[in-house]
Design a protein around this ligand. Structure first.
Ligand SMILES: Cc1cc2nc3c(=O)[nH]c(=O)nc-3n(C[C@H](O)[C@H](O)[C@H](O)COP(=O)(O)OP(=O)(O)OC[C@H]3O[C@@H](n4cnc5c(N)ncnc54)[C@H](O)[C@@H]3O)c2cc1C
Length: 205
């Protein structure tokens, strides 16, 4: 399987990265592999979410129905005792404990919604595929990942219904360097940040 960009892991970071790449350059083929049976299946956390990032990704997230429905209405910081609790006055708390403007969310539900938005902009998502091994080319550059075999039994034997892993590698029509340079230049254009560089990440392509 060959793509310009492969994102390993469909958590909030991977999905946001995949969506952003497609927003910047719709012609780039972007794939997300996720080891959970579906997007959100391995996301455990309930969370208080700062909406800054989603504001940038989808300024119209409310109209799109993003599942950020419960704004924080009050902060209470308590020291619990065996029988009760002591409250700390809010003015004594550092700014990072102040959650006004944030939302109480289920991060799994947010991820499922992000997954739908990713597919809507053309990201291909493959759930149930865990990246098991990084693949390198002759020069030592990352060229993709291999996903694990499925259905291998406890004795590492492969019964008939085994599904062999795939190699997910960069597209031959675009080298990683060329693809990275193109995203970097379109990102610089859109962000107005002329000298910024895009750090290499755990994707290939
Ligand atoms: C208990 C708890 C409470 C938290 N509370 C808050 C909070 O209130 N507010 C807040 O902002 N943050 C909170 N966080 C932090 C927040 O959950 C993380 O910062 C966020 O989930 C990181 O996103 P991520 O996409 O980088 O990684 P993750 O959310 O960990 O997503 C990674 C994804 O990659 C998949 N994956 C992993 N390995 C592979 C592989 N080899 N192949 C394929 N797929 C793979 C996983 O299944 C998962 O879906 C909390 C975290 C925890 C654990």
């Amino acid at each position: 399987m060959q793509y310009d960009v492969l994102v390993v892991g469909g958590g909030p970071a991977g999905l946001a990265a995949a969506i952003r790449l497609k927003q910047l350059q719709p012609d780039t083929s972007v794939c997300v592999i996720e080891k959970g049976s579906e997007i959100g299946a391995h996301i455990l956390s309930g969370a208080v979410m700062d909406p800054r990032a989603i504001d940038e990704l989808f300024p119209d997230w409310k109209a799109k129905g993003a599942p950020l429905n419960v704004p924080v209405s009050e902060d209470r910081f308590l020291f619990l005792t065996a029988t009760g609790s002591y409250a700390t006055p809010n003015w004594m708390l550092p700014g990072c404990f102040m959650n006004h403007g944030n939302y109480v969310v289920s991060l799994g539900t947010v991820c499922r919604w992000l997954g739908q938005q990713a597919e809507a902009v053309g990201v291909e998502i493959f759930s149930g595929f865990a990246g098991a091994e990084v693949l390198y080319d002759g020069q030592g550059a990352v060229r993709g990942v291999a996903t694990g075999d499925m259905g291998v039994n406890r004795k590492a034997k492969r019964p008939r219904r085994t599904s062999l892993g795939w190699n997910w590698s960069r597209s031959t029509r675009s080298s990683p360097k060329a693809a990275a340079a193109t995203w970097a230049s379109s990102w610089r254009r859109s962000s107005g940040c002329a000298k910024a560089s895009i750090p290499r990440c755990t994707a290939s392509g």
